[in-house]
Design a protein around this ligand. Structure first.
Ligand code: NAD
Length: 547
């Protein structure tokens, strides 16, 4: 019951208190990060100061249904002000030497690592993934900070031989401006970390619009980052935050103050975002849906492949962009593989993701439940064989009975592997299985969908490996061998390949984030031809001398 409402100062921001205490479970997690443990209205905007007088968004625990906080988004005037301050912060940061920016990122890394367990628990509480995956997500932010610190000393341009005597050409990477990060619910910390760290090393200011259903993760991260910025006298709007929903996302996408949008989310929304940024000739990086396949050859080591497919399809309750959604088994090993996989599925018990022994947490929201239910209905209507799962859990004890728990499902659809059913990402723990005879056939099926994020081949025959990773192999951005589809390390650039197929308007986008050469997208390249000579010849021998 809401008994009273009053405003008071808490750390660096003030909150409006509605005097219902949270459960001890939620309080322990929030309290460890200095987030109020009474149901509060938190300011959800940071641009150097905490504020928020716009629409209110609720953070709801997917495990118990408990309302964790009410978060106030930006009013239009606050959003406008935040964008202005982010631009000013960029003007400041671009003149700070890159290694000095790296030193700030190193301190952010230290501050995050000091709160790794606490932040990981918050990810688990608010998003619903199991605790070790929550902590792993924070570790990913720590790792990419390490990477960005190193980059801050090696984001080199090039010196190019000129065809003209006494001339030199330089390619110089300069800071780009303001980066808008729009992120999805399923990685409420790491995706921002990938973008913030590299973008900051490159000299940009970042404004973050997280998923409306994970505002507490974004507030906790921003508090940690901003404390480092403030300690170093750097404007807080270097790492700004505007929580909110579609309207705030659209405003960032349309704002000419934002030079580049990095969008992670669904194919539907990504299509709109991509077009809108392009219509004003902004830069855009799209990380969209995944519909990832694992292929298992007869010579595969099943003791490795079966657990990897199990983790790939069930980890994060099937809500990773890299989750295994399609499984192609060689006919000769299919019965053995499925029997082992079914045993693992049967061992699953839904539980509180904060409990270290839990492997299966809830889906994130009721919308995710609808996606799962829709997939099951579609499979049943098509007469698919359901080998595991196929519905919600009944009779869970309180408070888990208020959570979004579903049974991970294995199904053998009757429709051919090129049907729409196979070609659509269902963001839920539903695994479709088919049997093949030749690797070429399985590769063709792997490539027959519009999405091209992750893929995995299980074999001990190096000739298969050669086919898989080469020009006639997998067309995904991630092409693994004896490693599952799910998850990736920060060292290699992460992202999908492939434009939409003739049968579909969707795609994973072509974004690259994190390691590799991804940093090159966050800079504006300047090609500088410098004449050190006393002549001024034109290139290609062009003569423009008046007679
Ligand atoms: P979503 O598309 O619903 O939302 C993503 C973000 O876009 C949110 O912040 C949302 O508020 C915002 N948004 C919504 N409408 C908008 C609009 N019209 N303009 C601007 N912004 C808008 O995605 P979701 O449900 O949060 O996440 C699940 C999806 O994300 C899945 O499809 C998954 O595959 C994908 N994903 C992809 C990757 C990857 O790296 N490829 C990583 C994680 C998630």
């Amino acid at each position: 019951m809401l008994l009273a409402r009053r405003t008071f100062a808490l750390g660096t921001f003030s909150v409006t208190q509605l005097s219902r205490r949270l459960s001890s479970r939620a309080s322990a997690v929030l309290g460890a990060l200095d987030i109020p443990t009474t149901l509060t209205e938190l300011p959800g905007v940071y641009d150097g100061d905490w504020k928020g007088s716009g629409e209110v968004f609720q953070s709801i625990c997917p495990t118990t249904g408990e309302v964790l906080a009410n978060v106030k988004s930006a009013s239009p005037a606050e959003l406008h002000g935040a964008l202005e301050r982010t631009r000013e912060a960029y003007v400041y940061l671009r003149s700070v030497p890159a290694p000095r920016r790296g030193e700030i990122i190193r301190q952010i890394r230290e501050a995050l690592a000091a709160k790794r367990e606490e932040l990981g628990a918050l990810v688990s509480l608010e998003m619903g993934k199991i605790r070790s995956e929550g902590v792993g997500e924070v570790q990913e932010f720590v790792d990419i900070c390490d990477y960005a610190v190193g980059l801050s000393r090696i984001m080199n341009g090039r010196v190019i031989n000129s065809e003209r005597p006494g001339h030199t050409i330089l390619e110089v990477p300069n800071p780009l401006g303001v980066l808008g990060v729009l992120s999805a619910f399923n990685f409420p910390v790491a995706v921002y970390g990938w973008n913030l760290s590299i973008s900051m090393a490159a000299g940009n200011a970042t404004i973050w619009k997280p998923s409306p259903s994970t505002p507490l993760c974004s507030i906790a991260v921003t508090k940690i980052v901003s404390s480092v910025l403030e300690k170093n006298g750097i404007p807080g709007a270097v790492a700004g935050l505007v929580t909110g929903g579609k309207d705030v996302g659209e405003a960032l996408v349309q704002s000419r103050e934002v030079d580049m949008i990095s969008f992670t989310g669904s194919e539907n929304v990504g299509r709109v975002v991509g077009k809108n940024v392009q219509s004003r000739f902004g830069k855009v990086l799209l990380e969209l849906g995944g519909n990832n396949a694992a292929i298992v050859m007869p010579d595969a080591d099943l003791s490795l492949a079966v657990p990897a497919v199990f983790f790939g399809s069930v980890g994060t309750a099937g809500q990773r962009c890299t989750s295994t959604r399609r499984l192609y088994l060689h006919r000769s090993i299919a019965p053995e593989f499925l029997s082992r996989l079914q045993k693992l599925y049967a061992s699953l018990k839904p539980g509180d993701p904060l409990d270290p022994s839990t492997l299966l947490g809830p889906l994130h929201t009721p919308v995710a439940l609808d996606i799962y239910n829709g997939a099951i209905t579609e499979l049943k209507a098509a007469g698919a064989d359901i080998l595991a799962g196929g519905g919600r859990y009944d009779g869970l004890p309180s408070p888990l009975n208020q959570g979004n728990f579903v049974r991970p499902t294995i199904a053998i659809p009757k429709s051919g592997t090129s049907s729409a059913l196979w070609a659509t990402e269902r963001f839920a723990p539903v695994l479709y299985v088919a049997e093949f005879d030749e690797l070429e056939q399985a590769i063709a099926w792997n490539n027959a969908v519009p999405q091209g994020l992750s893929s995995s081949l299980w074999t001990r025959d190096m000739r298969n490996v050669g086919r898989w990773i080469g020009p006639t192999g997998s067309d995904a951005g991630i092409v693994n061998v004896n490693v599952g589809t799910s998850g990736a390390e920060i060292g290699a650039a992460f992202g999908g390949n492939k434009a939409s197929r003739p049968t579909s308007i969707f795609s994973t986008g072509w974004g690259r984030e994190s390691g590799g050469d991804a940093w090159k997208q966050y800079v504006r390249w300047s090609a500088c031809t410098i004449n050190f000579s006393d002549e001024a010849p034109l290139a290609q021998g062009v003569n423009f001398t008046p007679s």
